[in-house]
Design a protein around this ligand. Structure first.
Ligand code: ADP
Ligand code: MG
Length: 685
């Protein structure tokens, strides 16, 4: 059996189970083995009741001290029972499990494991798992994998299939040369895969994970290196010179550029007028004013008689850019003839756009990745700007570059990445930094609160709406039940409708809606026919509605700080004071400390750095920091040190053997080619 074998060959996997696995994109044994656990369950040593800390999962070994008591509340049967040990007592609550009345005998000892809750001094658990002492002892200290699942497929079933696959599937050859494994202290691949599924302990799990993260980064950086080699020193076929158009536009704008913006604008002009093709990243915190720089570069392009394209990661954002820029054309009479191209347009509308692009009638094309489809033929594409570039794959950018005679490339990103990491992650680009916010912005006021604060928050929201402002509320998931007890957009919107005065318009938005519906909702919000928008993080990128002054984030503990900072960037864009309310459903010290960083700082770069320091490189579980870089295992913040080592490894390898022609690099070369051909493009979501 090898990695290509169908999972149907595994015992216990029939047609029905196969279909369930297919929903998780698992068809072959190899794909099953690459389905790494989402996290692990640790069966910790039991503690005394007095030591059981509220908010934490604990196991207690205790005596049942009275008869279980069952009552009915509507359709719910609630069973309460008291337990105690020599240090204290605790109340347990079970829902719809009346049979426990016969199981839990007064005077009996059992092991109960669950999240400890508290009210005043009293401690409680809801729905704890019940074990016999001996049964629990056998599991103590072990890490059991928990996989992402789909309805009908249990964790148990996945574990069983993975175990079988590991014992039946032949190991592949190790692809790194021996010397590299030694130098970078890497666990062999097969061992790493086995360990990531069934770790013996925490330290081997860490090492296994490190190996897999290293692989991911290595493959990504290799692709970047190839890209850089291809892009370096490309001749500039579109040498441009500044015209009166940009100068006049700048004079008419109601504001002048900040020093940081002026410096970057100079860098762009130098690039576009220079001997080599531009390949530049503009990195700047949310609200630092990157869009105007893109507009200037595009305007210079149009004024020189060429076409420019502006590509955004979502339709919503593309439409917004189109409207902003069309507004500039009207107001300032600049020489753009813009056209919009997004997936949700009708075939007829698209055809019309294609024609305008091919004939050169349009000199500015704004859209989503619809811009890089083969159907789109440009007449003279000289500049491509991608907004929030991290959402685009390295290869998508390549495709676009191929559309013309190597156009200039300008990418914009608000992902706060410390410079040392940016140099590695964007190794194929020159970097400009906009490190200054426009003047006169009122800093956003923040608070980090628990869920009991909600009524106050709703009153505050109603007050802001009464003053004519608008509000975002973010929930981590779309519908109930994808993950336990997280707030979801659909139900939350309903809840808000009844909690807020009836004249307040509440709507919701999430990534699974049709693109045209998303656009409609976003446009209605921008036009202020919606007051409160409940959304998943789809609005995290780039949206500009200056009238929105409140950003409330539910389950803030589930998000990375960088992501929360991005969300916060959606408010504080206009003249009014803005507010951010981070609601945490967890109240333990670490969570609160982490979230307090946002409270203390408004500087994305600093937040990233502090988060990195606080989390430490060994941190395994919990939130991902960078939804932006779609690494499956690795996280650019948490695994910054592995990223640096992978970069060193690539450098020393390619310095010695640029084309990987040496025989000892054969396996590696094959592996990288395979990956480049059929896998993830790491900078996409
Ligand atoms: P981001 O860098 O997050 O993309 P935007 O480009 O959307 O930020 O800019 C945010 C807001 O700031 C916009 O409304 C824009 O018009 C405004 N802005 C940009 N530059 C300046 C400036 N130099 N002075 C004042 N306002 C500015
Ligand atoms: Mg932007």
């Amino acid at each position: 059996m090898d990695r290509e074998t169908s999972i149907l060959e595994l015992k216990g996997v029939g047609e029905k189970t196969r279909r369930l696995f297919e929903k998780l994109d698992i068809r072959t044994v190899g794909e099953l083995l690459s389905h790494y656990p989402r996290d692990y369950e640790l069966f910790e040593e039991p503690v005394k009741i007095a030591q059981a800390a509220p908010g934490k999962v604990c196991a207690v070994y205790a005596l049942v001290t009275g008869m279980p008591n069952v009552r009915r509340v509507r359709s719910l049967q609630i069973l309460n029972v008291n337990i105690s040990d020599e240090t204290g007592t605790m109340q347990l609550t079970f829902f719809n499990m009346p049979f426990l009345k016969k199981v839990l005998k007064p005077g009996g000892y059992y092991l109960f494991r669950g999240t400890v809750l508290s009210r005043g001094n009293a401690k409680r658990m809801e729905q704890p798992k019940i074990y016999q002492a001996e049964e629990y002892r056998r599991q103590t200290g072990r890490l059991l994998p928990r996989y992402s699942l789909t309805k009908g497929l249990t964790n148990q079933a996945v574990q069983k299939a993975v175990r079988q696959a590991l014992s039946l599937c032949d190991p592949e050859e190790e692809f790194y040369p021996r010397a590299m494994l030694d130098t970078f202290d890497l666990m062999p691949e097969r061992e790493a895969v086995e360990t990531i599924h069934f770790p013996a302990d925490r330290s081997s799990l860490l090492r296994a994970r490190q190996r897999l993260v290293f692989d991911e980064f290595f493959a990504f950086l290799y692709l970047l290196r190839i890209n850089r080699q291809a892009g370096e020193g490309l001749e500039n076929h579109f040498r441009m010179f500044e015209t009166a158009d940009t100068v006049r536009f700048l004079e008419r704008l109601p504001f002048s550029l900040t020093k940081a913006q002026s410096k970057v604008w100079q860098e762009i002009r130098n690039d576009m007028g220079g001997a080599c093709c531009m390949n530049r990243l503009i990195q700047g915190d949310v609200g630092s004013g990157k869009t105007i720089l893109a507009v200037l570069a595009l305007l210079m392009t149009a004024a020189n008689g060429y076409q420019g394209a502006l590509m955004a990661p979502t339709e919503v954002l593309a439409v917004q850019h189109f409207e902003t820029i069309s507004g500039y054309v009207e107001k300032y009479g600049i020489c753009f003839r813009p056209v919009l191209l997004v997936g949700s347009m009708t075939a007829g509308e698209k055809r019309e756009a294609y024609e305008k692009i091919a004939s050169g009638e349009a000199n500015l094309i704004i859209g989503t990745h619809a811009l890089i489809q083969d159907k789109v033929q440009y007449r003279s594409l000289a500049l491509v700007v991608t907004d929030e570039q991290h959402r685009f794959g390295v290869r998508q950018r390549e495709n676009l570059a191929r559309k013309g005679e190597a156009p200039h490339i300008l990418v914009m990103s608000a992902t706060p990445i410390p410079r040392t990491l940016a140099i590695i992650l964007y190794g194929d680009l020159h970097i400009s930094v906009v490190d200054e916010l426009p003047q006169g912005r009122l800093p956003v006021k923040n608070c980090v609160v628990n869920t009991s604060y909600r009524p106050t928050a709703y009153r505050f929201i109603a007050g802001q709406v009464a003053q004519g402002r608008q509000v975002y509320v973010i929930c981590p998931q779309v519908e109930e039940g994808e993950m336990e007890d997280l707030e979801n957009v659909v139900d939350y919107a309903e809840k808000l409708r009844s909690a807020l005065p009836p004249d307040i318009q509440v709507a919701y938005l999430h990534g699974r809606m049709r693109a045209s519906d998303k656009n409609r909702i976003m446009n209605e919000f921008a036009a202020h026919s919606i007051d409160v928008l409940v959304s998943t993080t789809v609005i995290e990128v780039g949206i500009n509605v200056p009238n929105a002054t409140v950003m409330m984030v539910e389950n803030a503990e589930r998000f990375g700080l960088a992501q929360l900072h991005q969300l916060r960037g959606r408010v504080g864009r206009g003249e009014h004071q803005s507010y951010c309310i981070f609601v945490s459903a967890k109240e333990d010290r670490e969570t609160m400390e982490r979230l307090q960083i946002l409270n203390r700082s408004n500087d994305g770069f600093q937040i990233a750095a502090e988060d990195l320091r606080l989390r430490g490189p060994g941190e395994l579980f919990g939130v991902r920091q960078s939804g932006d870089f779609a690494f499956r295992v690795g996280d650019i913040y948490t695994d910054a040190d592995v990223l640096k080592r992978a970069a060193d490894a690539i450098d020393s390898l390619l310095d010695r053997d640029r084309d990987l022609a040496l025989p000892e690099h054969g396996a590696l070369k094959r592996r990288l080619a395979q990956q480049a051909a059929n896998t993830v493009d790491f900078r996409t979501i």
